[in-house]
Design a protein around this ligand. Structure first.
Ligand code: NAD
Ligand code: UGA
Length: 453
């Protein structure tokens, strides 16, 4: 079949995989190929055992794969044939050198830029899909356009706003699509090429056009604002636990004000995921580099509050279990950083499990999708941690349960059966406020939840 355009995406991860699958589904006239250096991952994308769990993803992959959606490790060939290249590689926090612990590690992005220059024989549009520090496009343009072949590359910023667990829904019906470009003739033309892709399923008023720096910075700011709301409500949860106010009632009361809105007001054990912390740290680093100390300190507090919330959860366990957790069996219900994903990057459950081990607790972990990743994350602790698939089995003879992830499954368990199988007193710490406290107490549990005395 003759395709109108050839799109290639470099990076077959949580963003590259789902975004390109949806583009392929909505644009049958474009050929979409996803490439990655990780051969195992590409092989998995070609099977029905996809490398990531995301509700609804497999169905869309199945109806597009080998029609106009392809997966490959032949990166140079695919780059050379592409008209548009989305770059969706990882941009983790730097773990070494200048900016260690805060700045973004851009080595994967830079490698990609050099690979594009080496393999290209014709001009292309390069799309920043990864989350990047503001002004990265300038550096990319320098690498790309210093090629000796006289080829011109336009760099466009098109950050991704999907959330894991709802990626397909978010991509099919986005609140907005943001496309930033240089405001030159060729920059505007490249911007329009991107608009033409999204126009296949997104209405024009939801496609926001901006300059390239605003687009890059908007992505960091969006994540910072979302995380800030969670830290704000979590700070109030601590106040509620001391005063008799109930944080759920507060969320409802303040969220009813349309200026505040009711989303992202669930108090929790803290936010996790690969991006909130990383992107705020990046914002802090950029602000510090520009001499904006007060701005940097302001945003750093969002992370400090998150760390405090994780520590507070373990402290409460300790205080209500007679100040010792040594040799007590504590079961964590859930290890994924949120429901409906197997992703465990920066999950609060990881830090909580580590703190419990420091208290010499016997830690058991159960999760419907994330046990494989949990075992990798906690490999250094060997058999100090037990992994059990069945939550009923995991809870047998336990002293306490800590709910880490708001899986629907955990709302529907038979807690009477679980209580009967546990040691007494049986403690239950609901870190996600998913259970009815009155009912749980009536069963006999010593029950605690975030933001309630
Ligand atoms: P990921 O680690 O799941 O995927 C990145 C992929 O890039 C990996 O498979 C890796 O092998 C591949 N890669 C790295 N260097 C490469 C190279 N030189 N050539 C080919 N492939 C290479 O990461 P992710 O979660 O998909 O995130 C990617 C970017 O998107 C990050 O900047 C992140 O901040 C941003 N983002 C993530 C989410 C999310 O929900 N995970 C949402 C919005 C934005
Ligand atoms: C987040 C953003 O929501 C996306 O828009 C963004 O694209 C993405 O980061 C990214 O850049 O990676 P994600 O991390 O996948 O998406 O999931 P969220 O739903 O935002 O949840 C993040 C964390 O906050 C989870 O641990 C979740 O449990 C926690 N959370 C969320 C709360 O504790 N309370 C809330 O009210 C909402």
């Amino acid at each position: 079949m003759n395709f109108e355009k050839k799109i290639v995406c470099i990076g077959a991860g949580y963003v590259g995989g789902p975004t390109m699958t949806i583009i392929a589904d909505k644009c049958p006239h474009y050929k979409v190929t996803i490439v990655d250096i990780n051969e195992e991952k590409i092989a998995a994308w070609k099977t029905d055992d996809l490398p990531i769990y995301e509700p609804g993803l497999l169905e869309v992959v199945k109806r597009t794969r080998d029609k106009n959606l392809f997966f490959s490790t032949d990166i140079p060939k695919e780059i050379n044939e592409a008209d548009i290249i989305f770059v969706s590689v990882n941009t983790p926090t730097k773990t070494f050198g200048e900016g260690k612990g805060k700045a973004s590690d851009l080595q994967y992005l830079e490698k990609t830029a050099h690979a594009i220059v080496a393999a290209s024989d014709s001009s292309k549009i390069i799309v920043e899909k990864s989350t990047l520090p503001v002004r990265t496009a300038e550096a990319l343009e320098k690498i790309l356009n210093s090629n000796p072949k006289g080829i011109h590359f336009d760099v466009v910023s098109n950050p991704e706003f999907l959330a894991e667990g709802t990626a397909i829904k978010d991509l099919e019906n986005p609140d907005r699509v943001l496309i930033g470009s240089r405001e030159t003739e060729s920059g505007l033309k490249a911007r329009q090429t991107l608009v033409d892709i999204y126009k296949n399923w997104v209405s024009d008023e939801r496609i926001i056009r901006s300059n390239v720096w605003s687009s890059e910075l908007s992505k960091l700011v969006a994540n910072a604002f979302l995380a800030q709301r969670i830290s704000s409500i979590n700070s109030i949860s601590a106040l509620c636990e001391k005063t008799g106010a109930d944080v759920k009632e507060i969320s409802r009361a303040i969220g009813a004000d349309s200026r505040i809105g009711n989303k992202f007001l669930n108090a929790s054990i803290g936010f996790g995921g690969s991006c909130f912390k990383k992107d705020i740290l990046n914002l802090v680093y950029i602000s510090e580099s520009l001499g904006l100390t007060e701005v940097a300190e302001y945003w750093e507090n969002v992370i400090k509050m998150n760390d405090y919330q994780e520590k507070r959860f373990v402290k409460r366990m300790l205080e209500t279990m007679f100040n010792t957790l040594a040799n007590k069996k504590i079961v964590l219900f859930g290890f994924a950083f949120k429901a409906d994903t197997g992703d465990t990057r920066e999950t609060p459950a990881y830090y909580i499990a580590k703190m419990l081990l420091e208290e010499h607790a016997n830690v058991f972990i159960t999760d419907p999708k994330a046990l494989k990743n949990a075992k990798i994350d906690l490999a250094e602790y060997g058999d100090k941690i037990q992994y059990v698939e069945d939550p009923y089995e995991a809870a047998k003879d336990a002293d306490a349960i800590g709910i880490m992830t708001e899986w629907k499954l955990y709302k529907e368990l038979d807690y009477k059966k679980i209580y009967d199988s546990m040691r007494k007193p049986a403690h239950l710490y609901d870190g996600r406020s998913i259970l009815n406290q009155t009912e749980i107490r009536a069963i006999g549990f010593d029950a605690h939840t975030i933001g309630k005395q």
